[in-house]
Design a binder for this molecule. Structure first.
Ligand SMILES: Nc1ncnc2c1ncn2[C@@H]1O[C@H](COP(=O)(O)OP(=O)(O)OP(=O)(O)O)[C@@H](O)[C@H]1O
Ligand SMILES: [Mg+2]
Length: 368
C-alpha cells in the first residue's frame, strides 16, 4: 500500500488531488475503513460514509477510537496489527453516530502489514445483513415461481374457452333441468379458473405507465376503497410524513399492491371489526441507506400497513408470498404474490413482521 501517505497528506496539497489508490473501494457495498499508524482514519469508502452517516471529509483524520463506543477494543486491534500479531479477527463493535443511538456492526479487522496503514476494518450492519439474505430469498422465489406460473396459466387458459363453449352447446341439447345442473357446474368452475388465470397473467399484460406522483394519493385512494368495503368497526389511521418526496412508478400497480395488503389486514381483523376495535395504520416514512431488491439506495420510501389482528400463523409465514397459499376460507392465495410482483416491477419490495396483535407489512420503494 505504497500510496497510503497520499491520504495522510494535508488537505489541499498537490498530493491529495492525485487519484486515490483506494478509489476502487468505493465500489464495495461493505464499509471499509483504513487506519493509519497514528490511530486516525486514513481512508473511509463511500459505504462507510453511509454507515457512519457523516461525510468522509469529517471521517478522514478522525481518531478511530472516537468512532466506536469501545475505544479499548480498537486500541487492542491496532496494537496487535502494529506488532504483526493480528492476522484477521472478527468481532461485534458499536459505532458512535452523531445524534443517534450506537449501531452494532460485525467488524472484520485485518492487518495490512504496512507501516503507514497497519489496519483495515470491514464493517457490516448486523440487521442489514440479515435483511439482505431475506430479500434475496424473496426475489429468487418470485422470479422462479412467476415464470412457472405464467407458463402454467397460459396452458390452463387456452383450453378453457373450448370447454366453456362445449358445455354451453351441451346445455342447450339437454332435456332435463337436473342434467343441466351438471353443465352449470362445468361452466361455473371454468369461469372461476378463468378469473384465476386472468389475475395471474394480469401483471404481465399491457404497458406500464410510469410517472411521478405523491404516495399519499395512493394511500388515500386505498383507504377510501377499503372503508367502503368495511364500513363499520374498522378504523384506518393515517400516520403520514408529509415531507416524503414524490415516488416514480406505475400508480395503478401500486394502488393494486397496497389494496391487496390492506384488504388482507381488514379480512384478518374480522373478529375485531365485530368487536369494534379493529385498527389499521397506514404509515409513510423516508428511510436512508437501505438495500432494496439487492441494490443500495440513498433514500427509500417505507410504506407500512400495520394491523392489530391475530397475525399470520407461524407455519404460514415463510410461504405467504407463494402463489396459491392461503390461510383464509375462500382465499385464492394470489393477493400477496401479485402485490410482490407489482412492487418488484417498480424496483421495490415487500417485507413483513407478524405476531399476534400486530402485523406490519412494509412496501419499500427507492426514491429518486
Ligand atoms: N395482515 C394479515 N394478518 C393475518 N394474516 C394475513 C395477513 N395478510 C395475509 N395473511 C395471510 O396470508 C394469506 C395469503 O394472503 P394472500 O393475499 O396472498 O391470499 P388470500 O388473501 O388468501 O387470497 P386472495 O388475496 O387471492 O383473495 C392469507 O390467506 C392470510 O392467511
Ligand atoms: Mg388477499
Amino acid at each position: 500500500m505504497s500510496g497510503a501517505a497520499d491520504w495522510l497528506a494535508p488537505r489541499g496539497s498537490a498530493a491529495s488531488l492525485a487519484p486515490s489508490p483506494y478509489a476502487g473501494l468505493d465500489l464495495l457495498s461493505t464499509a471499509v475503513v483504513l487506519i493509519g499508524a497514528d490511530a486516525r482514519v486514513a481512508f473511509a469508502n463511500q459505504s462507510a460514509e453511509q454507515l457512519f452517516e457523516v461525510s468522509r471529509r469529517i471521517l478522514n483524520g478522525q481518531l478511530v477510537a472516537r468512532l466506536f463506543t469501545d475505544a479499548a477494543a480498537i486500541e487492542r486491534l491496532l496494537e496487535a496489527a502494529r506488532a504483526n500479531d493480528l492476522g484477521q479477527r472478527r468481532q461485534v463493535l458499536e459505532l458512535r453516530r452523531p445524534l443517534k443511538e450506537p449501531l452494532p456492526v460485525y467488524a472484520t479487522a485485518s492487518a495490512l502489514y504496512d507501516e503507514a496503514t497497519p489496519l483495515v476494518l470491514e464493517l457490516n450492519e448486523i440487521g442489514q445483513q440479515l435483511k439482505v439474505t431475506r430479500d434475496e430469498h424473496y426475489l429468487d422465489l418470485s422470479e422462479a415461481s412467476r415464470h412457472l406460473l405464467r407458463n402454467l396459466a397460459h396452458e390452463i387458459k387456452n383450453p378453457l374457452g373450448g370447454i366453456r363453449g362445449a358445455a354451453q352447446l351441451l346445455e342447450s341439447e339437454l332435456p332435463s333441468r337436473e342434467q343441466r345442473e351438471y353443465t352449470r357446474v362445468i361452466i361455473g368452475e371454468v369461469d372461476r379458473l378463468q378469473s384465476l388465470v386472468d389475475r395471474l397473467l394480469a401483471p404481465h399484460r399491457g404497458p406500464r405507465v410510469v410517472a411521478e406522483f405523491n404516495i399519499h394519493e395512493v394511500t388515500e385512494r386505498v383507504r377510501a376503497l377499503i372503508l367502503a368495503e368495511f364500513p363499520r368497526g374498522l378504523d384506518i389511521v393515517r400516520d403520514y410524513d408529509a415531507s416524503v418526496p414524490d415516488v416514480r412508478g406505475d400508480r395503478e400497480q401500486l394502488i393494486q399492491a397496497l389494496l391487496n395488503i390492506v384488504r388482507n389486514a381488514a379480512q384478518a381483523l374480522r373478529d375485531r371489526i365485530a368487536a369494534g376495535d379493529a385498527t389499521i395504520v397506514l404509515m409513510t416514512r423516508v428511510a436512508r441507506h437501505v438495500t432494496v431488491a439487492r441494490r443500495r439506495h440513498r433514500l427509500a420510501l417505507e410504506l407500512h400497513v400495520i394491523d392489530n389482528g391475530p397475525g399470520i400463523p407461524a407455519e404460514l409465514q415463510p410461504h405467504v408470498f407463494y402463489p396459491l397459499v392461503s390461510g383464509r376460507e375462500g382465499g385464492s392465495g394470489l393477493g400477496l404474490t401479485l402485490a410482490q410482483t407489482y412492487v418488484q416491477q417498480n424496483d421495490g419490495m415487500i417485507e413483513f413482521d407478524s405476531k399476534p396483535g400486530r402485523t406490519d407489512f412494509r412496501i419499500l420503494l427507492p426514491l429518486p
